[in-house]
Write a protein that binds this ligand. Structure first.
Ligand code: PAF
Length: 284
């Protein structure tokens, strides 16, 4: 496994591999790797001749400076974990290598960025689209792997690939959970032991919502979720939405659709977590 920090070196290495007919899988990450990332890596290693993992805490996608500052950075441990997956290249550039000058790129994703994460974190998806476009340009992978936990991000990348005509297959990999159901996230590392215990209530609230989909109105499901979380110490619900899994727009009537995404963001202490469940309504 080789660690590359320079954009030009990564570009040349990838070009040579492509010329030799190798298929390239790409897993972009911000490091602080956990089992969720490792499963994406293993899927890429299985599907492709060569796998590249980027580790870069991207400043342009953080709308909260504290969140950027406190985001866990564990490069040595990440490298050791990646060694167990069969990953071939780690791309770990400095912010200056990626942003030699202040970026002014502007993307627009229309209604997709006006809800949930887009609404709550202004500029977030612009930063994600900027960095992912830069990476796609340099790596030019055949397949790129993203986790379903960031469902709205997956929808943004799908639109980015279509919009800019990247010849890349997007793979959306199911959310990996701890044994109690908490969605794996690098931000979980910031939770205290007590907060970690209550953090599972996000998943429990989503399960509660799922169990009510067949019988209750959207309004009463939303109330039930809010009430459930109100009883949990240090948990502050930011949003809970019942949305279309592809467009992420609110579903007008549950009875008219086949699938819904139950999406949530909540603070547990100072740590903001998101989670979702995509539910096939014929199975509830
Ligand atoms: O999902 C993430 O970790 C980040 O948003 C990504 C895709 C690596 C871009 O910085």
């Amino acid at each position: 496994m080789q660690v590359i920090t320079q954009v030009s070196e990564l570009r040349e290495t990838m070009q040579a591999l492509r010329c030799n007919g190798k298929s390239i899988g790409f897993v972009p990450t911000m490091g602080a790797l956990h089992e969720g990332h490792l499963q994406l890596l293993r899927a890429s290693v299985k599907d492709n001749d060569v796998t590249v993992c980027s580790i870069f805490v991207n400043p342009t996608q953080f709308n909260n400076p504290d969140d950027y500052k406190l985001y866990p950075r564990t490069l040595e441990a990440d490298i050791a974990l990646l060694q167990t997956t069969g990953c071939d290249f780690i791309f770990a550039p400095s912010p200056e290598a990626i942003y030699p000058q202040h970026t002014m790129l502007q993307f627009s994703f229309g209604a997709l960025e006006q809800v949930m994460e887009g609404e709550q974190r202004p500029g977030h998806f612009n930063g994600v689209a900027t960095i992912v476009s830069k990476f796609f340009n340099v790596v030019q992978p055949h397949k790129a792997y993203f986790g379903q936990k960031d469902l709205q991000q997956v929808a943004v990348i799908r639109q980015l690939i279509l919009g800019l005509g990247f010849d890349i297959e997007l793979v959306c990999y199911p959310t990996v959970r701890e044994t109690d159901g908490l969605a794996m996230s690098s931000r979980n590392k910031r939770l205290t032991a007590e907060q970690r215990e209550t953090a599972v209530s996000l998943h429990e609230a989503l399960q509660l919502a799922k169990s009510q989909l067949k019988y209750e109105s959207q309004e009463s499901i939303k109330t039930a979720v809010a009430e459930y979380l109100q009883g949990k110490p240090e948990v502050q619900l930011e949003y809970f939405e019942i949305a279309d899994p592809l467009t992420l727009q609110p579903v007008q009537s549950i009875t008219d659709v086949k699938e819904v995404a139950l999406c949530m963001a909540a603070y547990v202490g100072p740590v903001r977590l998101i989670d979702n469940l995509v539910v096939n309504l014929s199975e509830v």
